[in-house]
Design a protein around this ligand. Structure first.
Ligand SMILES: [Zn+2]
Length: 292
């Protein structure tokens, strides 16, 4: 769940070279501090994923990171005028449209994958995230909310750009009206509205246009985990299974993975259909938003 006021000018610029990764620049601050898109830079993962360096943070990075990962963009410089990325409609679809308009190009370097060769699991109560070796990268997510529109939802997804753009990117973030009201009472989530999130009442949905998918909720969780795991820096080649995950659990998993290097290795030969090159943008992509 993530509801934030937005209204910043944001720009995704050309990468200078392959292997530079995704970097955020706080263009509004003196010295234009740079924050790498890395799990090592996570400073908060309560409601959304926030990255930071001393004196600068950037929050709600997960939907843009998912869009970049879904389109195979490994290198980009993201200039942001403000402390958070725009929530837009609560999904990654607007970022996908923006990035596709700019175009994706292959760079002169093979993509490096993180190949899982030993299972690893992180369990916290009834929540868990597990990765195991697989022929093809796959994500399975299960959620269980005692709500008539959600209940138990489970979905497995094999990453393909077209499929990601069609089936995962449009899924919106969601929250419960009582939680939104409690957050707003604390001065948080003031920008939360029916335009940027699905808002659930006790038994129904406030959004008049309804759901984009019957299981939009679990699709959004897949979107979140794609964005959060992009902070690993290399696409994970394994089967990732998440039960009742959260940004905090996704982040904890990457910390544990970094402490268990015996469970994975880096390879440029990780994809069954060949070795795609690293991806970058063909042209700058700019997004201008009115201040909220
Ligand atoms: Zn989200």
């Amino acid at each position: 769940m993530c509801f934030f006021v937005h209204g910043i000018f944001n720009l995704v610029d050309l990468p200078t070279h392959a292997n530079s990764g995704i970097r955020f620049i706080r263009a509004d601050l003196s010295g234009r501090p740079m924050i790498r898109a890395s799990y090592c830079q996570v400073v908060d993962s309560a409601l959304a994923t926030t990255l930071g360096v001393p004196g600068a943070t950037i929050s709600t990075v997960e939907h843009l990171l998912a869009a970049l990962a879904g389109l195979g963009i490994d290198n980009a410089r993201v200039e942001v005028w403000g402390p958070e990325l725009p929530i837009l409609d609560g999904s990654a679809a607007p970022f996908v449209r923006l990035l596709r308009r700019a175009g994706v190009r292959a760079l002169r370097a093979p993509r490096t994958y993180c190949v899982i060769h030993q299972a690893l699991e992180v369990v916290e109560g009834d929540k868990s995230i597990r990765v195991e070796p697989a022929w093809e990268p796959c994500l399975s997510y299960a959620i269980d909310f005692p709500h008539p529109l959600i209940g138990r939802q489970q979905l497995s997804f094999r990453m393909r750009s077209e499929k990601f753009c069609r089936e995962i990117a449009p899924a919106r973030t969601f929250g419960f009206l009582k939680d939104v009201q409690a957050l707003q009472a604390q001065g948080l989530a003031l920008g939360g509205s029916l335009d940027n999130a699905l808002v659930l009442t006790k038994a129904g949905l406030l959004n008049p246009d309804g759901l984009r998918f019957r299981d939009e909720f679990v699709r959004h969780k897949i979107l979140d985990v794609i964005g959060d795991l992009a902070l690993w820096g290399w696409p994970l080649h394994g089967h990732i299974r998440v039960t009742k995950g959260s940004h905090a659990l996704h982040h904890r998993f990457l910390e544990v993975l970094s402490q268990r290097p015996q469970t994975w290795r880096l390879s440029t030969l990780g994809w069954p259909s060949g070795t795609p090159a690293e991806g970058g943008l063909s042209a700058p992509a700019r997004l201008k938003l009115a201040l909220a």
